[in-house]
Structure formats: C-alpha cells, structure tokens
Design a protein around this ligand. Sequence first.
Ligand code: MEZ
Length: 529
Amino acid sequence: MMDWANDSLQQVDKTRKDRSLQVIPGLDDETSLNLLSKFHPDYKGLERTVKVGPDSNSKKFPPELADLLESDSPLPEGYSPNVEIETDVLIIGGGGAGVSAALALSNSGLQVHLATKLRLGDSNTVMAEGGIQSAITAEDSSRRHFADSFVGGHGKNDPDLLRYLCEQGPASIGWLTEQGCLFDKNEDGTFRVRAGGGTSIPRVLACRDYTGLEIMRVLKDAVMTTGVHILEEHATVELLDDGEGQVTGAVLWQRNEKKLIAVSARAVILATGGSGQLRLQQYPTSNHIGATGDGLVLAYRQGCQLLHTESYQYHPSGASYPESLAGQLVTESIRSAGAQVVNAHGDRFISEMSYRDVLAAAIIREVEEGRGVETPNGRKGIWLDTPLVDMKLGQGTLRKQFPGLFHRFERYDIDPAKQPLLIYPTLHYQNGGIWIDIECRTDRKGLWAAGEVTGGLHGTNRLMGNSLLDIIVFGRRAARSVVEHLPERKPVTLVSLLKYREQLRSLGGTKGTSPQLFPNASQLKFQLA
Ligand code: MEZ
C-alpha cells in the first residue's frame, strides 16, 4: 500500500533494533532556542499588528486572526436587539469548559442557558486523546507539576493561574471519577499514569487514547439531568453590552430557523475553545470543525485584551498519510510508550519526549533539510516508528492501549503495529487568548472566560494533558466567580459594536465579517437570511 515509501521504510526496519537501545539526551536551552527560531512556525515573523480595538498598533497576531479582528460584524447595520430570552447566566460553548461551568452552576438557583453553534459536546475536548495531567502519585506534587509546566511554557505562564490549575488537579480527577469517568487503572486499582513531553515524572491519566471523548461523555450525561437550557445550533454572532462597559448578553443565530435571537444575561461565560481551523500558514489541524476563534473576536470587540495570541502549538505528530487523515492527531502517548521519531534514513534526531515546540521544530528541520519523506500527494513527513511499542512492551500492547489509532488507520489498510506512520506537525492548540484573572474575569464586567479561549495559563507552550485539566478547573472556577459576583441586569445595546464599526470605517472599511463560525473549506456556511 505504501510502495512509494518502500526504500525509506526498509531503512527504518534496518535501524530499529540498534535504535531501540539508543539514548538521546534532551537539548540544552541554547540549542532549543536556536532550533525554534530557525524552524518553528511561530518564529517566522509573519505576525502583524491590527489597527482597531484594545491592542491596536501594539500586540502582534497571525495574519489570519488579524484579518478576523479587523472584520465587521455580520449583524445588519439597522439591527436592534429585541430580547427573546432572559436568563441569569449565558454560557457560550458546548465543550468541556462550558459544560463544566454549567454543571457547577446547576445547583446555584440561577437560570442558566448554554448556547453552542453545533451540538452539545462538539468541541476540541472530544478530540483530545492522550490524557489529563494531575499530580496524583505519592512521588509527585502540585509544585512539581507547576515547575514542569512553567519551564515548558517558557516562563511566560501566569503563575497564579498555573498554581491554581496544578493545586486543583487531584480534586478534579476525583470529581470526574464521581461523574463516572473511567480512567485507566493498574491491576492494584490505582490510576495508571503516563509520561508526557516535559513531565519530570509520569503524571498523565488517560482513558486509552480517547480521554477527551470519555470526559465529554460524562459531562454531557451529567448536564442533561440538570435544569440547564441547552441551545444547540445557536451560533453567537455578537456580544451585547449596556453602553457603559458591562457585557449584558449576546445575539445568537439560530441556524435551523435562520433567525437572530437576542439574549439578556446578568453574566456571560465565553468557552468557545480555540482557533486551529484558521489553519495558520496553511497548516493542517487536529482541531474540531468549530475551532474558528470566535470567542477572541467577540471579546475583543468588547474591549478585552488578548494575550500571547502570536503563540500556537503545532503538535509534533499529526498524520501526514493517508491524505484523508492529514493533520489528525497521533497522540504523544505513543511516543511516551516508546515509539521513536525517525527520518527518511532511519535515524533518530532528537529525544521523543522533548517539549512539543522543540520537537515540532526538529521535525520541520529534518524535512526542510531533505531528510523527510514525500507522499504521492506532495505532503512531507518523517516516521513515527510505532512497531517499536510492541517490540519493547509485548505484542498487542499498541492495539490495547491505543484502540482509536487502529480504528482510524486500519480503514486505510495501515497496521500501526506492523508499520511506522508518517507524521508532520499539525496546528493543535491556541496557547494564548483572552486575558483573565484568577477567577476567570475578563477586562469587562459581566464577561467571564474559561478554557482554550483564554490566554496566560500555558505561557507560550502548553504541556500535554494540561488543557483537559484547564477546562475542568477553570470552567468550574468561572461558575463560582459568577455566583459570587453576579451583576445586576442591565440594558442590552450594541454600543461597543457601534464604536468598533466607527473605528473600522475610519480605517477605510473591512475585508469581510467575523466571527467566522465555520472553516473556510467546510460546506457549512454562515449567512444571515
Ligand atoms: O493535551 C494534549 O494536547 C494531548 C493530550 C494530546 C495528545 O497528544 O494526545
């Protein structure tokens, strides 16, 4: 089936035995930085400033995001909000952060609506494979978790957010287990933990290689038994405010009825996830179809600052072949189980457990310097030597621990236990996002944010498994803060949007509309009737 790669695959087979014993130390800081600055997509200097909003002419953004920030709202000029839904709390986003917030609010006595542009659970949460970090073993501690994540994030993490994340790890695992989440366990009944890139000790809990799906399963089940009103197929196109700096609701586009609905809320929680579907620099992505950066645009128009939005995570192991799986995640846990990354000549070139950004840069270097493999479709990549896992840990291990991997690749007659997979970095995570304080409050009264849409927690390089923990910890934290600081209901207006539009006009107009809601390449189109 992969005849076009036979020569290279033979070399990989030939070097396997010797390589399996080879130890490659981690790179020192200077070499890592050098590698990053030469090969990592974030360091290409493509970002640009924008001319509108709170960060105008200061921070830099990837051009694809900058274009969205400089776009107009899809709302017609004469639109005026007529409130059809009045609620206490409006949560925008149906992934892990939004649903965790909804669950935490469900016994508060407040009326809660959750709006999602797709269906409940459709999100990057379900795409997360390899696990969730939490310092649960006797040898580990939240301080150690903090230290690993801080170094991995290049020291740019907000220390207060990160400290809270790490301290809340064990309790969050307990809470998820109470909800029914079936984490993998050892024979003695203790949780099984794996290593991740940059973890100094095994700390990643998993449900095989479908951890996010399992977490979302229990969150969805739980929220369906509450009084939370779920608004599926309701895309948020604009936030509403009182004209004096307080966010007071949102305008939703009900996709099926093709109708705009204004919602008045005392608090809004943004949990819209990331933006991998913007496909920066034309990279493929491991992200869900809904990850189009909507929350960044909505919050920015209200005057919220964005943080580290120049920083994205390119996961080292995205599938490069077959073409129909291009960009799909091949979990880091396979490397932690012993699979090696190997170039076209069958040589290793870096430790597989290096920080993600450094490993991604090293893979790009191999390809750019001619040591990669090219597919018949013109995609490039290097090998992830998956058969090594069974060689090291016993036949059947790979299939048992990573059933999702087999499910995907066997459809294309590729058996990962028998042959290496071709991989290349894939756009995986938005490291930056909306600035929040330790209670998930944004710059605007009435507006909270949680999960991937926020910035600061992960610095400029997130560690594996810290995002699944993030959505649980900060989804619930946002909910608590809303209960403690719920503002009075205020009028709904479009004053922020009108001011933004004035700025755009003074710059000579815009290129299109945003939020984008669906990827450009998808068949899903957003059009107001
Ligand atoms: O947190 C992640 O990004 C993750 C668990 C990814 C993976 O490789 O499985």
